[in-house]
Design a protein around this ligand. Structure first.
Ligand SMILES: C[S@@+](CC[C@H](N)C(=O)[O-])C[C@H]1O[C@@H](n2cnc3c(N)ncnc32)[C@H](O)[C@@H]1O
Length: 274
């Protein structure tokens, strides 16, 4: 096994490369994480150094290596019915308000931005289905930067960790168990459209417009202020007037934007485009 050292200058080059391409900012204290995670990839690829690896990702023609790099530096942790207080406000307060305004063929458009392996958009879909909202009345879009998580989202097969918070009635209605796996029913899977979207890529982001509700939870924490401002401004442009943005419960838009108005319902904070 090679004993590779990540030189300070190379660490900074790799960090800048990641930042420029994803908005993810890696602080000095995370150098060990980069060193550990990337040395595994480097050994597997039989490269000699971190410098060789940097060359590979910069000149990799198909972008697969870049995807693998993003996968190595982000946390994809997620699970069904995460942050349930927000989901209750979404289901009991926001939905009916927005649906009232929808006339004729106009569908309610929801976007789970940074959806990881799909638990968040599928949770939203199950909530709408339990409310007996017909699938021709809504669209759910879901996106992530990582192709790895998107393909597992499309498979819709989960482990016990992911499903641990799902209420029993939902479990019964929408999942089939097979050994240690929990298979999501096709009726839910077909309501969500997955796509690869980089939140800091203006061009990519402009393909998603006219959203009524955006969930962009537990991803802004990876970005510095500048990248957060860029992402939030893109999300703002994607929202319809009157639409809502939910971010993670532990996240805040303080000093990031004044364009979105914070609203509080039952101690849950969300942001509205007025
Ligand atoms: C912790 S997960 C959050 C999943 C879900 N929203 C939740 O709250 O449970 C963060 C996700 O953000 C994605 N991500 C990180 N940077 C991104 C970017 N620039 N564009 C899109 N997705 C990104 C990661 O790939 C990861 O799947």
């Amino acid at each position: 096994m090679l004993n590779m050292v990540l030189a300070e200058a190379t660490f900074k080059d790799i960090r800048n490369y990641i930042y420029d391409n994803s908005g993810i900012f890696i602080s000095d204290s995370k150098k060990y994480l980069i060193e550990n995670r990337l040395s595994r990839i480097i050994q597997e690829k039989k490269l000699q150094s971190f410098e060789d690896y940097l060359k590979l990702i910069k000149f990799s023609p198909n972008g697969n290596e870049l995807t693998r790099l993003f996968d190595a530096v982000t946390t994809n942790e997620t699970y069904f019915f995460r942050e349930p207080q927000q989901l209750t406000v979404f289901a009991e307060e926001i939905l009916s308000k927005l649906l009232e305004k929808k006339k004729g063929p106009n569908k309610l458009k929801i976007w789970s931005a940074a959806c990881s392996s799909g638990e968040e958009p599928y949770t939203l879909s199950m909530i709408l289905m339990e409310k007996r909202l017909s699938s021709d009345k809504f669209e759910i879009h879901a996106s992530d930067l990582s192709e790895g998580v998107l393909s597992s989202a499309k498979r819709g097969v989960y482990n016990s960790y992911s499903v641990r918070n799902i209420p029993e009635a939902y479990m019964k209605n929408y999942f089939a168990t097979s050994g240690q796996s929990y298979n999501l029913s096709d009726s839910v899977k077909k309501t969500v459209k997955f796509m690869k979207v980089n939140l800091i890529d203006n061009k990519c982001m402009s393909s998603l417009r006219g959203m009524d509700i955006i969930f962009c939870r537990n991803v802004l924490i990876y970005f510095d202020v500048k990248a957060k401002q860029k992402v939030v401004s893109n999300l703002y442009d994607s929202l319809n007037p009157g639409g809502y943005l939910f971010i993670g419960q532990s996240e805040s838009l303080h000093n990031i934007t004044r364009a979105l108005r914070p609203c509080v319902i039952n101690k849950v904070i969300m942001y509205q485009k007025v």
